[in-house]
Design a protein around this ligand. Structure first.
Ligand code: GLY
Length: 311
């Protein structure tokens, strides 16, 4: 761990997809993302750990019904919401997560608790037991919009591959936060309602190292079609490439070039130990934003197609 203080960095995302129309347009999404940066970046400046900043950022994004995590999560084929979240502490290289949990406001809080547990990834039943043990209040994350989407799809016999999470005609939503704190520690968190209309028991990449991974060298959170992210083992792949000596930019470029060749549909955000920030996508848009200590910026108006962007 670095002994000298470093400039903290913060990068977040609210999903990836093919357009922003169903989210209220660019300015509305930008405001949602910048509100989170404006609350969380000062915490990092004041000395909060990367892990604590990531948890707070995830809670705020989970509370925003625009995004498919926590409140506003999409509905599965049986009309239920099941959410998944994970947290990885880069300094300790320690992963924790909860899979397919219901009736909780902030799934990331389960992952936070599990960081210090012997058993660090829980599935639905175990997550429900843990909610009871932690006495977290019962919370219904359903919104009218998500219920309406589900009822429409039921009329169409669930012919859509997934919900309009970000975009029309189909989109993929997830939220993610990656932080570098003043001590040079990295962390990543990711939370999702899944892809919507999926089969009961489907497991999202968001609570796997494929979708959320951190080490001392770099930290990455992914969004997009979970099955594609798993097939590429994207977050771990990028982080391990940086650990093995590639720059963050080169690791994103190589991983997204490979992904593009295989017609993957996803995006990722990352920070390395030097403070470099990266966004990558094969989707049309990634709803990404960053605070680098001097300014905030975002990827909302970045060109269509594959993109690597370093801030
Ligand atoms: N990336 C979110 C999901 O596919 O569940």
């Amino acid at each position: 761990m670095a002994s000298q203080q470093v400039q903290p960095k913060l990068v977040i995302h609210g999903g990836a997809g093919s357009s922003l129309h169903s989210k209220g347009g660019i300015e509305a999404v930008r405001k949602s993302l910048y509100d989170v940066l404006e609350e969380v970046y000062p915490l990092l400046k004041d000395g909060a750990s990367a892990v604590d900043a990531v948890v707070r950022g995830c809670q705020l994004l989970e509370d925003d019904p625009r995004f498919n995590a926590g409140t506003g999560s999409v509905v599965q084929s049986d009309g239920q919401i099941r959410m998944s979240a994970s947290l990885m502490d880069g300094l300790m290289q320690r992963f924790s997560g909860a899979i397919n949990v219901s009736r909780v406001q902030h799934p990331i809080e389960l992952a936070q608790f599990l960081q210090h547990s012997d058993d660090r990834v829980l599935s639905d039943f175990g997550s429900a037991e843990l909610l009871r043990e932690l006495q977290l209040p019962i919370y219904d994350p359903m919104t009218d919009l998500r219920l309406h989407e589900w009822m429409q799809e039921r009329q169409g016999n669930f012919s859509k591959a997934m919900a309009d999470v970000v975009a029309e005609p189909a989109g993929m939503g997830t939220i993610g936060v990656v932080a570098l704190d003043v001590h040079g520690r990295l962390a990543a968190g990711t939370s999702t309602g899944g892809k919507g209309f999926e089969r009961i028991g489907r497991v999202s990449d968001s609570a796997m190292p494929a979708g959320n991974y951190a080490a001392q060298s770099a930290a990455v959170s992914c969004t997009g079609i979970g099955e594609h992210i798993m097939d590429e083992c994207l977050a771990a792949r990028i982080v391990i490439r940086v650990t093995d000596g590639l720059s963050l930019k080169a690791a994103f470029e190589r991983s997204f070039t490979e992904a593009d060749e295989r017609q993957r549909d996803f995006g990722a955000i990352g920070i390395d130990a030097s403070g470099a920030i990266a966004f990558g996508k094969t989707s049309e848009v990634i709803l990404g934003a960053f605070h680098n200590g001097m300014e905030m910026g975002d990827t909302l108006e970045m060109s269509k197609g594959t993109l690597i962007f370093i801030a």
